[in-house]
Ligand binder design. Structure first.
Ligand code: BDR
Ligand code: CA
Length: 312
């Protein structure tokens, strides 16, 4: 089977970095480009971090594009309290030397969807949905050309992580999320309900460190850094590896289970802005618009991730 063509839209972020490494290590997917968006940290840093990760994987050939530097209609909220000042705090990493592409990320997304055969490009947003929604707004013709959108964002049973009701990626740009969920393209959602089940516990971190490779050491040190926040907050054994779930789904979907349901985005609520109102129990009568993953084989996920990172 030929590799699935993907565009990773990202705001690295240590867990974004692991997702990018997983994709670059996996022959099942072909990364056509990486588009950076403002999110965990401002855009100059996410565009820098994406290139650092490509260089770490020995993939200077991957094209990295900078996209939107702020949500569609509100100010940027960042997450340095989780990811550190650079977004990739933890190990010391050199500045990237590979260039950023001149083309804007939104233009790259539009041009690629128009150039490739319809139904052959999968979008993998693992940050706020600003770049994707801006592309859909500017070029509505591309929506029906998308094979699938597989995104990390939202939550239902786990409710929120940045507010009591909202998950970070959706909260940062709910208007963008509303456009994407309403667009009509097939959507798969990796929400906190799933990502909070893939925890990097001590032995799992040690498996990365024991590889004795630079990428293995980086994954271990990144997770050492950002797990301090979640361990303290949730009292859990380790940090959730949110974003790699998107890539793992593309490689081994049988690791996950879920339901085809209706998901709406709250953009106006006083306390609930950015909430994903996920009709898990089918009580709304609204038409399903997304496959919402609810469970994951965490051991299988780490087996896959460890095996792939060891290839780099
Ligand atoms: C999401 O928010 C970011 O902090 C992570 O990179 C992930 O994409 C989890 O809520
Ligand atoms: Ca992210």
């Amino acid at each position: 089977m030929s590799a699935r063509k993907i565009i990773i839209d990202t705001d690295p972020g240590q867990d974004d970095a692991v997702a990018i490494l997983l994709a670059l290590a996996s022959p099942e997917v072909e990364v056509l480009g990486i588009t950076a968006v403002a999110g965990n940290v401002p855009l100059p840093l996410t565009a820098r971090n994406a290139r650092i990760v490509c260089e770490l994987a020995g993939r200077r050939d991957i094209r990295v594009f900078a996209g939107c530097d702020a949500p569609m209609s509100r100010g940027l909220v960042t997450a340095e309290h989780v990811h550190g000042k650079t977004g990739l705090d933890g190990p010391q990493l050199p500045d990237p030397t590979m260039p950023l592409q001149d083309t804007h990320a939104v233009d790259f997304i539009i041009d690629t969807l128009r150039a490739e055969a319809p139904g052959t490009i999968t979008l993998c947003p693992i940050g706020p949905l600003t770049n994707i929604a801006t592309a859909f707004r500017r070029a509505p013709d591309i929506v029906e050309r998308v094979q699938e959108i597989v995104l990390m964002g939202g939550a239902y049973f786990e409710v929120g992580n940045i507010t009591p009701a909202a998950e970070f990626n959706i909260y940062v740009d709910p208007e963008a999320a509303e456009i994407v969920f309403g667009a009509g393209a097939p959507i798969t959602v990796m929400s906190l309900d799933v990502t909070h089940k893939v925890l990097v516990t001590g032995p799992r971190t040690e498996a990365f460190r024991a590889m004795g490779t630079e990428p293995g050491r980086m994954v271990a040190e990144w997770t050492d850094f950002f797990e301090r926040f979640d361990k303290e907050k949730y009292g859990s054994d380790g940090a959730p590896l949110h974003d790699p779930c998107v890539i793992a789904w593309l490689i081994e979907p049988t690791l996950f289970s879920g339901r085809q349901i209706n998901v709406e985005i709250e953009t106006k609520g006083t306390f609930t802005q950015g909430m994903t109102v996920a009709d898990w129990w089918g009580v709304s009568g609204r038409a399903p618009n997304a496959f919402f993953a609810g469970d994951v084989d965490a051991d299988g996920f780490f087996r896959l991730l460890t095996e792939r990172i060891a290839r780099l």
